[in-house]
Design a binder for this molecule. Sequence first.
Ligand SMILES: [Zn+2]
Length: 187
Amino acid sequence: MEIGLSNNCVKMNLPDGNVVDVLSPVLEEIKQWIQDDISKPESGGYIVGYQHKHTGNISLEAVSHPYLLDVKNRVRFDIRDPRHQHFLRKARRNKSYYMGVWHTHPQEVPIPSDIDWNDWNETMKSDTTGCQYVFFIIAGTDEWRLWVGDFLTGEIQEAYECEKDTNGIYIRERMRQNEKTLQKDFK
Ligand SMILES: [Zn+2]
């Protein structure tokens, strides 16, 4: 997924056939921290969101960003500053829950490192989220990618964007709109 091409929400497929919406505030915030300059350290933070009760779809709606007390250098970022916990508490009060973590890479297209895979596998064992999945975003300098850890299967896999038509409109969404129109016609 290209960084900064559009500020719209990005829809991606989940292993169970549902959809995860990555909302624009998430992408907007992450865009501020990409390592497009040799001096910029790795950055990261938590992701919060919620699951829609009726559809099962998930929205990732906000992220925390680096603070002074985090540990960061060119190739490493560790969440240490207590303000990340404060961010999670505040989100929870608004019914938005811990859903995963994001960080940057000084690569055009991010590829998870061995350390990332180890961290993510640890996260799968230790963390719980507001749903069946935990989300891992890595932002390179040109593109960002999303990986989804499934607590039911223990597997982590990359998530891919939902299919779009030639006008750039998500096909599932268009079908749903059509269904709604049809239902209205029947009434
Ligand atoms: Zn990494």
